[in-house]
Write a protein that binds this ligand. Structure first.
Ligand SMILES: Cc1cc2nc3c(=O)[nH]c(=O)nc-3n(C[C@H](O)[C@H](O)[C@H](O)COP(=O)(O)O)c2cc1C
Length: 241
């Protein structure tokens, strides 16, 4: 592009001619205790999407809980991964993890601005014999391929079958990788081809007790062809007002 490193606009934080330079603290990852590591990583890896996961226990009770250590990890076939930690207090396996291990099925419901309060409330520690869906009066819809139902108030729900379980590090965290065997897409957000993120109004988790909604949506043309996305340059959304 012909930028000299010293004058490129994105190097403003590192401009030798500035009177004051940013100061960095250094935190060594080696030997970092779990509490400090948690604080740092959830502050640094932001914003995180929230998977509001429904599972079913052996007695058929519907469990719902949010997880933000989550993302998509594959497209052929589509796969999602979620990290479920052991309970901080007693080191017990969380109900969602136990149900996923027992049934090998779960549904990821996308948490949105409209559903934030109920999603947040579902993170409280309910006894294992209490299903959050019933306790919170969450309306349910049946799934097609898996037993756990979908949360009717969310615009996107993904039925998943467990593919792999990967225990990480010292064993506190386990990654549950699921194949998406069905997508349910509300016509409020899906035009038959693409999901409109702005209409979906997803919420994201930040560090600490904070959430975020989508801010300004920034358009740049795609520089590489997405899989199967011939000709999609990602048209800029029409400006409001
Ligand atoms: C927005 C949000 C995101 C969360 N993300 C995670 C996560 O990624 N992994 C995790 O183990 N717990 C996470 N939690 C905590 C669980 O939701 C909480 O432990 C819940 O009680 C688990 O429910 P369960 O025992 O019914 O599975 C999160 C909580 C909130 C509110």
């Amino acid at each position: 592009m012909g930028w000299r490193a010293s004058s490129a606009p994105w190097n403003r934080r590192h401009d030798p001619s500035r009177m004051t330079q940013p100061v960095f603290d250094f935190v060594d990852g080696e030997g970092l205790d779990s509490a400090a590591a948690y604080r740092l990583i959830v502050g640094c890896v932001v914003p995180r999407p929230v998977a509001w996961i429904t599972t079913v226990d052996a007695a058929g009770r519907v469990n719902a809980a949010p997880f933000s250590s989550y993302n998509y990890v594959a497209t052929s076939p589509p796969m999602l991964a979620v990290n479920i930690a052991l309970r901080a207090g007693d080191g017990a396996v969380k109900d969602s993890a136990r149900n996923i291990l027992d049934s090998r099925e779960f549904v990821v419901n996308v948490a949105t601005e409209d559903t934030l309060e109920a999603m947040h409330a579902s993170a409280a520690e309910y006894p294992p014999d209490v299903g959050e869906a019933e306790a919170l009066g969450l309306a349910l819809l049946p799934s097609r391929h898996v037993r756990p139902p979908r949360l009717a108030a969310t615009p996107v729900q993904m039925e998943c079958r467990l593919d792999q379980v990967v225990t990480l590090g010292r064993g506190v965290n386990t990654l549950y990788i699921g194949e998406v065997v069905a997508f349910h897409l509300s016509r409020d957000v899906y035009d038959g081809n693409r999901v409109d993120s702005a209409r979906m109004r997803p919420v994201a988790r930040l560090g600490g007790p904070f959430y975020a909604a989508l801010g300004e949506i920034i358009h740049r043309p795609m520089l590489q062809r997405p899989p199967g996305g011939e000709g999609w340059t990602g048209d800029a959304p029409a400006k409001k007002g």
